[in-house]
Ligand binder design. Sequence first.
Ligand SMILES: NC(=O)C1=CN([C@@H]2O[C@H](COP(=O)(O)OP(=O)(O)OC[C@H]3O[C@@H](n4cnc5c(N)ncnc54)[C@H](OP(=O)(O)O)[C@@H]3O)[C@@H](O)[C@H]2O)C=CC1
Ligand SMILES: O=C(O)C(=O)Cc1ccc(O)cc1
Length: 461
Amino acid sequence: MTIRPDVTPESPVDEQPAIGLIGMGAMGNMYTRLLSQAGWKKIYICDLPSKYEALKAKYEGIAGIHVLKDGHLVSRVADWIMYSVEAEYIDKVVAQYGPSTKMGAIVAGQTSVKSPEKAAFEKYLPEDVEIVSCHSLHGPTVSPVGQPLVLIKHRATDDSLRLVEQILKPFHSRYVYLSYEDHDIVTANTQAVTHAAFLSMGTAWHSSLAYPWEHGLYVGGIETVKVNIMLRIYSNKWHVYAGLAILNPSARVQIDQFARSTSEIFKLMLASDAAGLRTRIYDARRIVFGTAPDARVRAPILLSEDLLDRFSLGKKPSSGLSPTTRQSAPPNSHLSLLAMVDCWARLGIKPFEHLDLAATPIFRMWIGVAEYLFRSEARLDAAIHAALYETAHRADDLEFVVGARGWSQCISFGNFELYRERFMNTSAFFESRFEEATKVGSAMIQALMDSSTELDAKPPP
Ligand SMILES: NC(=O)C1=CN([C@@H]2O[C@H](COP(=O)(O)OP(=O)(O)OC[C@H]3O[C@@H](n4cnc5c(N)ncnc54)[C@H](OP(=O)(O)O)[C@@H]3O)[C@@H](O)[C@H]2O)C=CC1
Ligand SMILES: O=C(O)C(=O)Cc1ccc(O)cc1
């Protein structure tokens, strides 16, 4: 029987699509929960056969969710199937279960990098199977409402695309239609290079053997974003970041430029080359933010740092004592942000174009913070001055340069094992704060989303 593209969770059960999910990690579980809550009544899920009993126990008694032993059984029954496994394994897993796909079914992947997924689907799926892939551009602890959800109609009829849209409609995400190729270019520009910055921060703080919320240098305001997002990334699965950086050919170029920007700016700092540093940073500012960055052509993402203070994991040193508290910690060079904007400028990346199209919450926050620093000449000059003449952050800046180069090399060598070791080593250092950071980070992301939604709703002044 063909499934009508306008089917809804209220349609009779025998008219509903059988939904199949292969891989029940963080994203597979999120999709199962959301699809079941939406009212879809035929959901078939599996993970590795070794996890069958545990998965059965987990979903015991939930109507409409059927736990199966492996991907063959899911593939045989499902009208829409999503593979939600490690990008590194997608070839192997599709090779295994792809040939069992039900005739006429629609197949998707949730992988964060699409070129290996596309190759695997084309290689192993039967000809009579359609491909409409997807990618939720947010992690499993973020509400999908209003977040971008990429749909890739690669080998499918318009009705099949409509059916997929209908199945995922209860997420209330914003559909973004891309090709497989454009997906990988956009996510290299947005995710991969952004993650490189936060991974390097974590490596730097770990190398200094210092928790950044403890000594007052990284507490409050935009420092809160750096610390919370760094923790958020290190608390996620290493393979998610390894896959989208190592397997996406565009990502290597961007991450290499980020490392180069970082070390070149640091060399200008060491040489106390005030004119050279100022020219370089202001050139980057003009390229990324335009000739009149102070002009309010669009509402800024981040309105004030005060919004961020309540999500800080540490206490501001002079909190409550002085109205100039933000100056109480020595000024930061914000090397990571100077390098990020320099990197965007040198690669010709237009972050605001991506923002409107396919920004993850982390990328949105990161541009928000960069914009906050770069829009104001006073703030930017303070950072440049600190970069040249302040020494409080210099040791951490040095570790940041080393960290950025290390991540770039690891990714360009395509070395998953080295990536895992680097990631897990630093992740273990920060582990004690993950639970709290996940909650605080989600609340911070939501607050920023809410404040920009309110702004969007207001007429321009
Ligand atoms: N986490 C995130 O923030 C996001 C992740 N993604 C992407 O979604 C995909 C899944 O990520 P995520 O859920 O976080 O990762 P997880 O590691 O949590 O989940 C992947 C699951 O797939 C299982 N698996 C591996 N091989 C098979 C197989 N042959 N049959 C059935 N199950 C199998 C894994 O088992 P085992 O652990 O034993 O290998 C694991 O349980 C990745 O490609 C990721 O890039 C996309 C958006 C956001
Ligand atoms: O927002 C981010 O960049 C994250 O870190 C969460 C994430 C990770 C992988 C994805 O494919 C999509 C979102």
